[in-house]
Every structure is written in structure tokens, then in C-alpha cells.
Design a protein around this ligand. Structure first.
Ligand SMILES: Nc1ncnc2c1ncn2[C@@H]1O[C@H](COP(=O)(O)OP(=O)(O)O)[C@@H](O)[C@H]1O
Ligand SMILES: [Mg+2]
Length: 308
């Protein structure tokens, strides 16, 4: 049984226009994607800005309505559930947001921020609640005495830890992390990522890890799906993607990861130029007449590529 299985998911945003605000067109933000998560793994969803990553994550969370398709969580379709059953499952899926500056209400104290999911789902006495919040603050490496402080009193990395503590309070099984470190200083990013790996083991979490940056997810993810304009162009294990990328779009993303070794910079520039010219010259090989990607086809047990 798959832990999470997304089948033929489509999410189209209506665009309204004219005097009667009729729907005049649609943005096909997610256009027929299918993928699976195994329990305990980290699955990376990657692609450039606007390709539909956030829409995918928020639709799985139930924050955006799907146009069609299925989201099977432990074999039950979240998209077809009634409110009550859905809320029960909502406990198991939590989200960590991109911007720790705007995702924490500046007028609320840490206690109220972290306790928010608890208050929605559990009836705890104030003392029990405080104890639980302090337990999770300590887990994420913050001073448990900080419960009466406000978000602005913390650094970006600390705020993201507050967001993580909030996500953990209901003991979720799946965490959707949407660009969790993109808003943080580079020096803090690695700390938060390492920390996310530590708690993954401790709490047996499955991650759907969303990022526009293949470099960042290189060390985080077991498997990776590459998105392009609402579709998948490639999926594979980290090894498949990094050592044997097949789609030209994947190759472009990989060649854009800055090489830390300065001696390799020149080679990397050359490689980048080659890939960019291949991208221009062999467009037909990778995209159909409408500029859409082809359906995914397996080239090994783990590796799928969108080719004709
Ligand atoms: N509420 C919305 N209404 C209309 N279009 C939207 C809305 N949200 C996102 N989009 C569009 O959907 C596409 C996918 O957006 P998004 O899921 O945010 O991509 P990503 O997270 O990969 O940057 C983009 O073209 C974006 O402009
Ligand atoms: Mg996004």
C-alpha cells in the first residue's frame, strides 16, 4: 500500500474577465501529475518558479481545490472525503511554509502560535498545553522559556524552528515543506536542513520537500520529481537524477548548481553552454508540437523520463 499516491492530479485556476467576471481562461498550474511517496522517505519536488510546486503541496493539504484526480493518503482519497473524515486526516499532514517572517502572526506569542493546531484538534488544559508547547520548543532547539515572546524577537532560522515546532505538535506522519529554507541566510540553511533530517528519524516523518534549487535538495531527498510547467519531465532516485539525468530540462537545472570548487568553474561554464545550445537545438526531441512534455516512460525500475 502506498503511503501517499497522487493520481492524474490537475489544478486549473480560473481567470475571470469582462463585465460579468466570467471565466475566460485557465492557468493550468498542475496539469496531470502522478507520483507516490513511501513512508519514511524524503521526496523532492523541484522545478523553476511558477511550475506548480506550491499548488501541488497546497492541494494535497486541502488548501486548494483540485480540478480532477486523486490524492490517496493511506489508501483513502482526500479529495472525496467529507469534512469530518478529512479533518481527521488533516492531523496527519502538516506544512512548513517558505517564509518564516510572514507565516508567523507577529501579534501572537510563541505559545499561541505553536499551540494553534493543538487547539483545533485536542482539548488540553492550559497547563497541559503549555507543557506540550515547551516540549516541542525544546525539541527544535529553542529555549522553552520563550513561550511568551513574539516572533520579531527571533532570527529567521529560529522562526523557522518555531514553524517546525508548530507542525510537530499533532505528531503528523507527512510534512509538506514548501521551500523551507529559501528565505534564510545560506549560513543558516544547512543547520535547518540537518535539523529536519534529525527530527525525521526521531518522529518517523515522511517529507514532501519542495524547492526550486536542485543543489539544496541534493542531500535531503531519496527520490526526486522534476516539474516543468505543471507536468513532470523526470522522476528518479537522487542517484538517477544527479548522475544520469536524461531530460534536457533536468540537465539544465543540474548544470546551474554552482560548483563549490573554483577549479571546476571553467568546465562548468562550458557544460552549461553546451546544454543551453542542446536545449535550443533539440527542443522537438523533448517537447511536442504544443510545447508540452511527453508522458513519463520508465527507463529503469526507479527512473522515469518524459520522452516521445
Ligand atoms: N491563486 C492563483 N490564481 C491564478 N493563478 C495562480 C494562482 N496561484 C498560482 N497561480 C499560477 O499557477 C502557476 C503555478 O504557481 P505555483 O504553484 O505557485 O508555482 P511554484 O510554487 O512552482 O512557483 C503559476 O503560473 C502561477 O502564476
Ligand atoms: Mg512556490
Amino acid at each position: 500500500m502506498a503511503f501517499l499516491k497522487v493520481n492524474n492530479l490537475k489544478v486549473y485556476y480560473p481567470i475571470r474577465g469582462g463585465f460579468f467576471r466570467r471565466v475566460v481562461a485557465h492557468v493550468k498550474a498542475v496539469d496531470d501529475i502522478s507520483f507516490e511517496l513511501n513512508q519514511g522517505e524524503t521526496y523532492g519536488l523541484v522545478g523553476e518558479s511558477g511550475c506548480g510546486k506550491t499548488t501541488t503541496g497546497r492541494t494535497i493539504m486541502g488548501l486548494i481545490k483540485a480540478t480532477s484526480g486523486e490524492v490517496l493518503f493511506e489508501n483513502q482519497d482526500l479529495l472525496k472525503m467529507n469534512r469530518r473524515d478529512f479533518n481527521q486526516h488533516r492531523k496527519d499532514i502538516q506544512m512548513i511554509f517558505q517564509d518564516p517572517y510572514s507565516s508567523l502572526n507577529p501579534r501572537k506569542r510563541v505559545l499561541d502560535i505553536v499551540a494553534e493546531p493543538l487547539r483545533n484538534f485536542e482539548r488540553l488544559s492550559p497547563a497541559e498545553e503549555k507543557k506540550k508547547v515547551q516540549f516541542y520548543l525544546e525539541k527544535v532547539g529553542l529555549n522553552p522559556e520563550a513561550i511568551y515572546n513574539y516572533p520579531h524577537e527571533f532570527s529567521g532560522g529560529q522562526r523557522q524552528r518555531i514553524g517546525i515546532a508548530r507542525a510537530l505538535t499533532l505528531k503528523p506522519k507527512l510534512i509538506i515543506a514548501d521551500e523551507p529554507v529559501s528565505a534564510l541566510d545560506v549560513s543558516v540553511q544547512a543547520q535547518v536542513l540537518n535539523f529536519m533530517q534529525d527530527i525525521q528519524k526521531e518522529f518517523n516523518l515522511t517529507y514532501l520537500f519542495i524547492s526550486h534549487d536542485l543543489g539544496i535538495i541534493q542531500h535531503m531527498c531519496d527520490r526526486i520529481g522534476i516539474m516543468y510547467r505543471g507536468q513532470f519531465v523526470e522522476e528518479g532516485t537522487s542517484r538517477d537524477i544527479y548522475t544520469n539525468p536524461q531530460h534536457i530540462y533536468t540537465k539544465r537545472l543540474i548544470s546551474a548548481i554552482p560548483d563549490i570548487n573554483p577549479e571546476n568553474r571553467e568546465n562548468q561554464m562550458k557544460l552549461r553552454q553546451e546544454i543551453n545550445s542542446e536545449y535550443k537545438n533539440s527542443y522537438d526531441k523533448y517537447f511536442n508540437a504544443e510545447g508540452k512534455v511527453y508522458n513519463l516512460k520508465p527507463i529503469s525500475d526507479t527512473h522515469l523520463v518524459a520522452l516521445p
